[in-house]
Write a protein that binds this ligand. Structure first.
Ligand SMILES: C[S@@+](CC[C@H](N)C(=O)[O-])C[C@H]1O[C@@H](n2cnc3c(N)ncnc32)[C@H](O)[C@@H]1O
Length: 312
């Protein structure tokens, strides 16, 4: 028997619309991209996992990646435009055309495409800077797994400062939307009621056989904080709690042979496995990130865990 979390406003769409309205305003005024759920460490862990198990294909044909509940888009964009020298210098990189971010809040989608413009410009500057330094015969920095890895690229810091200044000007937003149309497909949909087919009818870029990698960082945690039974979508899910329906929907979004990678703070690794392992989706490899004082509407002092599943 799995224990349900108490209902919380974090399980409602109204809450997330409010969050992204505030974050968009903040972004436009200051260039702040918004909340990094579970911190940069959790993002790094998911980026590392992806580059280890689903590296860019040499011919640029794949893989396809989708984030469930993409929020401000920062996880997806950290994979697409990696900052760690060892990933950003591995050419070719993942293709923006194969990346999709889905969230039920329209405002999250709007924010994600703006953040994409910013990240892409920063990425292009970094690549130009790498090229200049290479031409000048400079060392491009020693790749390592240490936290200070990014600091080896001093010029990047200047680029980021430039962006901060840009972000404070009114032309910033205009430039992004006019000169940086999004390459990632971002769109709004409720993942509790959507299937691959309904998502495909919303965007033809949705692969009908599913994605090679489906990501979740904090979305299942949020969904499990709603106690409102699901009312629409596939018949078999109606009347069930969101926490039970979401794993059923997710398995159908992963391509056979593909992966589902989830980071949660409200459930332990064992609880995540109990809830997600089902016919067709098996636990593959896992790792746990200790994060002793994190609280997210449910349990206080939770640990963050990252678990990977493979669709068979
Ligand atoms: C804790 S935030 C995490 C955002 C993002 N994954 C990140 O790590 O920054 C949870 C996200 O799930 C989205 N969400 C919650 N329920 C959803 C649903 N039924 N369908 C689609 N998105 C949902 C929220 O709008 C919110 O953006």
């Amino acid at each position: 028997m799995t224990e349900e979390l108490p209902a919380s406003k974090l399980g409602t769409k109204e809450h997330w619309d409010m969050v992204y309205e505030r974050e968009t305003k903040e972004y436009e005024e200051t260039g702040d991209e918004g909340e990094i759920w579970f911190g940069e460490g959790a993002v790094d862990k998911m980026v590392d996992w992806t580059y280890q198990y689903i590296p860019p294909f040499a011919d640029g044909s794949g893989p396809t990646v989708m984030e469930c509940g993409c929020g401000n888009g920062t996880l997806l964009l950290s994979i697409l435009y990696p900052t760690k020298p060892k990933y950003r210098r591995s050419v070719p990189r993942h293709s923006p055309r194969h990346f999709t971010g889905i969230d039920y809040s329209d405002l999250s989608i709007e924010l994600s495409s703006k953040v994409e413009g910013l990240r892409r410009r920063r990425w292009e500057r970094r690549i130009r800077s790498d090229e200049r330094r290479k031409e000048a015969g400079e060392e491009l920095g020693v790749d390592s797994d240490s936290d200070s890895e990014e600091e080896s690229d001093g010029e990047d810091d200047d680029d980021e400062n430039d962006e901060q200044v840009d972000a404070g000007t009114s032309s910033h937003t205009k430039d992004e939307t006019t000169n940086n149309p999004p390459g990632v497909t971002w769109f709004a949909s409720d993942l509790l009621t959507s299937t691959l087919q309904t998502l495909h009818s919303q965007s033809s870029s949705v692969p009908l056989d599913g994605w090679d990698l489906v990501l979740d960082k904090g979305t299942y945690d949020a969904i499990a904080l709603s106690q409102e039974p699901v009312q629409s979508g596939p018949e078999s899910s109606r009347g069930k709690l969101p926490s039970a329906v979401y794993p059923e929907r997710v398995v159908g979004l992963v391509k056979p042979g593909g992966f589902f990678l989830i980071t949660s703070c409200n459930f332990t690794e064992d609880e995540i496995k109990t809830r997600f392992i089902r016919e067709g989706l098996v636990g593959r490899s896992s790792s746990t990130v200790k994060h002793p004082s994190f609280s997210f509407g449910g349990k206080t002092g939770s640990t963050v865990c990252t678990v990977a599943f493979r669709r068979v």
